[in-house]
Design a protein around this ligand. Structure first.
Ligand code: CAA
Length: 269
């Protein structure tokens, strides 16, 4: 059963729920789904709403409308008239959206079809991982516009592809195709076309849904925190959370089911 939800409130977003999964699509195809203030505010409001309501979904796919682009970046035309203060506010809004993707207590897969440039690549980097179609192209071309990445690219890219290659990408502005992105660890898997890409995203989320939602929420939180910390600090948080998860129903059920050689029935707490 497909359920439309929240679509009427947002001009540039499309959202459906299907079998406990959400599919969020940026729908500004004429501008290759470029992110202006309006689109970013809608994304922020949507994700905040998703955070505050009791989540009925167990995973989210994030994609772009059409076959040409996931997101071709922040809206360059709108940025061309901005002054320093506007620029900082614009980056702050884009960064807020990336932090909300990270804060969602469910897995988020970016399904990248076509261009994922600048702010588009940065949005994908804020998701848990990336699946791509053959025509995907990733890059941070900002320096060619006299800009720098502003929605987290200077921080998140090197965690994913390593310090040196991140610097080469950002300094040259060069784009890489889906296969090179996969070799570099930016993309997990490449699919023939958009349809296969979305199907694969759904299939993976359905596999994840068989596991404990509570354990996945905690694992995501610990991994996100670990990025900002030294290994020792990260290990300390991992230890605390590992201990606290022992008081959850899902952990008792999961371990008991293993011992009893049966399938676990998780409740999500
Ligand atoms: N901002 C605003 N409009 C954009 C856009 C963007 N980032 N990318 C594409 N568009 C618009 C084009 O202006 C065009 O609009 P019109 O039809 O009204 O002229 C429409 O989308 C279709 O684009 P093209 O005609 O350019 O399509 P193409 O197939 O010839 O080229 C492309 C595709 C190579 C992606 C080219 O559009 C392009 O280079 N786009 C800009 C990519 C870019 O530099 N992104 C980074 C932006 S900076 C940033 O993101 C900063 C940050 O970190 C926050």
């Amino acid at each position: 059963m497909e359920k439309d939800f929240m679509t009427t409130n947002f001009k540039n977003l499309n959202y459906i729920e299907q079998e406990n999964l959400g599919i969020l699509t940026i729908d500004r195809e004429k501008k290759l789904n470029a992110l202006d203030v309006e689109v970013l505010m809608e994304l922020r409001d949507f994700l905040e709403e998703l955070m505050t309501k009791k989540l009925s979904i167990k995973g989210l796919i994030f994609t772009g409308a059409g076959s040409k682009a996931f997101i071709a970046g922040a809206d360059i035309a709108s940025m061309s008239n901005m002054e320093e203060k506007d620029g900082e506010q614009f980056a702050s809004l884009g960064q807020q959206v990336t932090l909300l993707f990270e804060a969602l207590p469910i897995p988020v897969i970016a399904c990248v079809n076509g261009y994922a440039l600048g702010g588009g690549c940065e949005m994908a980097l804020a998701c848990d991982f990336i699946y791509a179609s053959e025509n995907a192209l990733f890059g941070l071309p900002e320096v060619g516009l006299g800009l720098i990445p502003g929605f987290g690219g200077t921080q998140r890219l090197e965690n994913v592809v390593g310090r040196n290659f991140a610097r080469e990408m950002i300094y040259t502005g060069r784009s890489i195709n889906a296969h090179e992105a996969r070799e570099r660890g930016l993309v997990n898997q490449v699919f023939s076309d958009k349809e296969a890409l979305i199907e694969a995203g759904k299939k993976c989320l359905k596999e994840i849904m068989q596991k404990s939602p509570h354990a996945i929420k905690v694992a995501k939180k610990v991994m996100n925190r670990g990025n900002d910390l030294t290994v020792e600090e990260g290990l300390s948080i991992e230890r605390q959370k590992f201990g606290s998860i022992f008081s959850s129903y899902d952990m008792k059920e999961g371990t008991k089911a293993f011992v009893e050689k049966r399938k676990p029935e998780f409740k999500g707490n």
